[in-house]
Design a protein around this ligand. Sequence first.
Ligand code: M6R
Length: 609
Amino acid sequence: MCGIVGYIGEKQAPAILLNGLKKLEYRGYDSAGIAVFDGNKINVKKYKGRIQVLEDKLQVSPLQGVAGVGHTRWATHGAPSDENSHPHTNADSSICVVHNGIIENYISIKNELINKGYKFNSQTDTEVIVHLIDDCYKGDIFDAVLEATKRLKGAYALVVLNTFEPDKLIAVRKDSPLVIGLGQNENFIASDIPALLEYTKKVYLLDNDTYAVVTKDSVMLTDSEKNPITKEPFEVTWSIDDANKGGYEHFMLKEIYEQPTAVINTLRGRLNTDGINLDDFKLTKEQYDKIKKIYIVACGTAYYAGCVGKALIEKYTRKPVETAIASEFRYADPIVDENTLFIAVSQSGETADTLASMRLAKNKKARVLAITNVVGSSVAREADDIIYTLAGPEIAVASTKAYSTQVICMYLLTLKFADLAGLGATKEIKNLTEACKNIHIDAEKALDKADNIKKLAGLFKDASNAFFIGRGIDFCLAQEGSLKMKEISYIHVEAYQAGELKHGPIALLEEGTIIVALCTQRGELFEKTLSNIKEAKARGAKVIAIAQQDDKKQVEECCDYAIYINNCENSASVIPSVILLQMLAYYVACQRGCDVDKPRNLAKSVTVE
Ligand code: M6R
């Protein structure tokens, strides 16, 4: 949802800004630009298209300077175009702004500024910010930014470069993420840590409503009343390699292959012989017993991980769980009170709807637990308790290892709740605990199926629609698998509860319609799903099954193709199965020539409603 960067120091800024933008391209990629102070004036280059377009133009006519700002855009107000690209400048280019977020009251401010004689060159909400700062400027740039931002409603992370005090970048964070990287004779600003990893691991994770005046040798943090804020720098543990492709063709493929390690990291120190240890989620038996309802709220893939959580928690602990899509939850007047445990799941920790839902639940006195991948993210800072998914940075827009680690957190929570409910010694819980210890091995085995999956991917080459079906946890998997396929291969895939096909959608089946049937749940559900597969086959569908190894014979009797996971506890089939689905989506997208890491119309972090 737009990436912003800033640099001030002794080195040439353009290369550093460009490099940072490339690391943030996952946040938006419909246009990009940089602005650099050359000692006299601010020069701007900004173009519609990928960062590569900007880079090519800079090769032909380079910019020079040791202070600058950059932006990669995901359009909200105004279509992608050179004019709507950031940075935006005031009339004489003495002030320049890059912005991530949305200014909700920009129309009224724009009208006011137009009446004062300001001219606008773009359709963006951002352009009002730069003219407003110009209007507020009375000789001190920081004061002008402070005054201007007091007028803004909405979400914004800003970096301001100016010619009056060119030795300073002013940064502001309100409801959109921003970090400051600390260097020697240089400092950096970025929307996210990967942009800084090459230069520093010491960062300030800015809290909401924080202002920063950044020079090459200092960073001063204040609130909106100029009261100083003292903050300890945070040491980032991610390595540069974590934010690079490391020899893989795409980030998505790299992240798919990182899952066994991500699973181990997320379980390490938490799944112990003496029980579950969740450092930042200390729930007593008394508190657990008071919980009448658990809500799991999230968006997209994180929501589907939440659906797995509901299935697990209800099955093993009998505690009632509701799942909700955050954009619905926040306006549904949900029934939440002090006896509710609200669980927000978010890879980025910045998703606007998830954050708003979480705030709503807090206001209604619920205890709020965040499951997130990003230390210091808004969700992490505002929750009462946190469980970090230790997936490492996820760069590809299509979420993979974040999902797996979110599901791992669901296993951990289930085991913790079972323990608090006094069920720790039951056979079911012991089996689930053992199964969790082997999940990384099952994940490795699933990765070995890449060649089979590449072949099956060919079946989708000319497909325009398909169905993913399953029952119970397999339906959760079907939902996630179909989202993955949709977002990167642009095939219209519907996820359906296998038993529900015959209540309508079966009318869509024709000779050759592809169905991916998840049948990893052995026992009663397995037989039922096989019946549904037969119904679909009788109407011409081509069925690809995903099942446990030992069910090979039965599966092959009724399906056209099959891929198998290791035999495992039913509840533990999620991670190996989702890896197969992720690889299927990946290879289908590659074979259809789609841009896997940057699917059309999407951005990784959705910080607007
Ligand atoms: O950062 P979050 O986990 O809150 O993001 C939620 C969704 O936007 C995200 O999972 C999205 O659905 C992914 N593109 C799915 O691959």
